[in-house]
Design a protein around this ligand. Structure first.
Ligand SMILES: Cc1cc2nc3c(=O)[nH]c(=O)nc-3n(C[C@H](O)[C@H](O)[C@H](O)COP(=O)(O)OP(=O)(O)OC[C@H]3O[C@@H](n4cnc5c(N)ncnc54)[C@H](O)[C@@H]3O)c2cc1C
Length: 399
């Protein structure tokens, strides 16, 4: 560490901070990337990469790396568990707009590990693990971050700072930026099992959002595994919900025959819907979960964060090379409304739809969805939004 200010400081080595660091280093901008944990996270989190994200990552060789570790999802569906009735969305309908007309099911931890390895060999990037941002100040020329490392607080100067430090962002708090929104009441558990649901449930896609008599669940396939999103009584605490017997009981509701299911991993979580009031405060910029949090329904949080990182780093490059820093306000004008309309609101609609319990209303919803999938033009419009192409188009069109 040193006092040099001629760098961009990226806080947080999640997918968004890693992509931002990679993009900046790729154009020769010196970057310091700090992460409070000892390494990149291998937590069970995002597993869906949408088509435009795959298009963006391809020139960096990252799409090929993910494909080698993932499973293509050419169709996804919403289905009634008991009857198997379903609406199936076919991504080949958007093949004229993307080189990757499918979702890719691959753990976000693979993306993080591949980029971290790449950056470790890049002279433009200094990665500091076990280093936590604990304070920051800025003036007209730069930012001074206080980093806690080995129990000591050390200052580090940078020209710009990207806060990619997740939902609990210290950067956001220290910059005095509000994060209005709600926390949803439900308690969700994500569990992975090698049990072959595709052998016992007919015509599953790789991604399935399911209504069942007892509630709803999602089944998402990965190589050799199914990820099951299970919803519990909201009055149950996270630790209670994730108890093995409760998870087993929920899985038996999906397929009663198996006892017990082999479970590789499980984690409980609560879901938030929040948007940072501004994404730029002077020389401090927010991206990813630090800027927006949404329900994972539809798989858009990480993808949206990657789209933020691409947009922001393109502008930082121009500013680094002499463009007016006001250009960075366009990042907020382009990405923040898209996060609100296309990510938070769409994820909220997906969540609400799956929470519907009235059988008659569910039938209506399914009929509406089948009317969409039965009409190629409407299906295409639906897929453009759910695959996040529409959000990117709107961002491009913003002033
Ligand atoms: C169960 C689940 C399923 C999901 N599925 C999907 C999906 O399929 N598709 C999708 O697009 N999204 C999905 N998401 C959302 C996705 O996981 C997040 O949007 C994504 O991880 C955000 O990345 P990020 O880099 O912004 O933040 P994070 O991944 O949270 O990374 C932030 C990093 O910053 C570090 N940090 C925090 N504070 C400091 C500090 N003060 N100093 C230094 N480092 C710090 C943290 O240790 C962390 O490593 C899912 C989320 C969950 C919980």
């Amino acid at each position: 560490m040193g006092a040099a200010t001629d760098r961009v400081l990226v806080v947080g080595a999640g997918p968004v901070g890693l992509i931002a660091a990679l993009r900046l280093a790729d154009v020769g901008i010196p970057v310091t990337l700090i992460e409070k944990a000892a390494g990149v996270s291998d937590d069970l989190r995002a597993s869906t990469f949408h088509p435009p994200t795959l298009d963006m990552l391809a020139p960096y060789g990252l799409t090929a790396a993910l494909e080698a570790r993932g499973l293509r999802c050419p169709t996804w569906q919403i289905r009634m568990h008991e009857t198997g009735e379903r609406a199936v969305f076919d991504l080949s309908l958007i093949a004229d707009e993307t080189d990757h007309p499918y979702r890719l099911q691959c753990e976000q931890a693979h993306l993080a590990a591949v980029i971290a390895e790449r950056l470790a060999g890049d002279n433009s990037v200094e990665i500091l693990f076990e280093t936590e941002l604990v304070d920051l100040a800025q003036d007209a020329d730069g930012v001074t971050a206080i980093l806690r490392r080995d129990g000591e607080d050390v200052p580090l100067g940078a020209r710009w700072l990207i806060g990619a430090d997740g939902g609990q962002s210290a950067v956001r708090r220290l910059a005095g930026i509000g994060f209005a929104g709600d926390t949803y009441p439900e308690t969700t558990v994500l569990a992975t099992t090698p049990f072959a649901f595709h052998d016992v449930l007919d015509d599953l896609s790789v991604v399935n959002y399911c209504w069942s008599a007892e509630g709803n669940f999602a089944l998402l396939q990965l190589p050799g595994l199914w990820r099951c999103s299970l919803y519990f009584d909201p009055t149950l605490g996270l630790e209670e919900a994730v108890e093995m017997e409760r998870v087993q009981a929920q899985l038996r509701r999906i397929h009663p025959g198996e006892a017990p299911f082999e479970i590789h991993d499980k984690r409980p979580y609560r879901v938030h819907q929040r948007l940072a009031e501004t994404w730029r405060r002077g020389r401090v910029l927010l991206a990813g979960d630090a800027a927006h949090l949404n329900s994972p329904s539809g798989g858009m949080g990480m993808n949206g964060g990657i789209h933020d990182a691409f947009n922001l780093t393109e502008k930082l490059k121009a500013v680094w090379e002499g463009a007016d820093p006001d250009l960075l306000d366009r990042y907020e004008r382009q990405r923040r409304p898209v996060a609100a309309r296309e990510i938070l609101a769409q994820a909220d609609r997906n969540r609400k739809r799956m929470l519907e319990t009235d059988p008659g209303r569910r039938r209506e919803l399914l009929r509406d969805l089948q009317a969409i999938t039965g009409d190629p033009e409407r299906a295409r419009a639906y897929l453009r939004r759910s695959s996040m192409l529409e959000g990117l188009r709107q961002a491009e069109a913003a002033p």
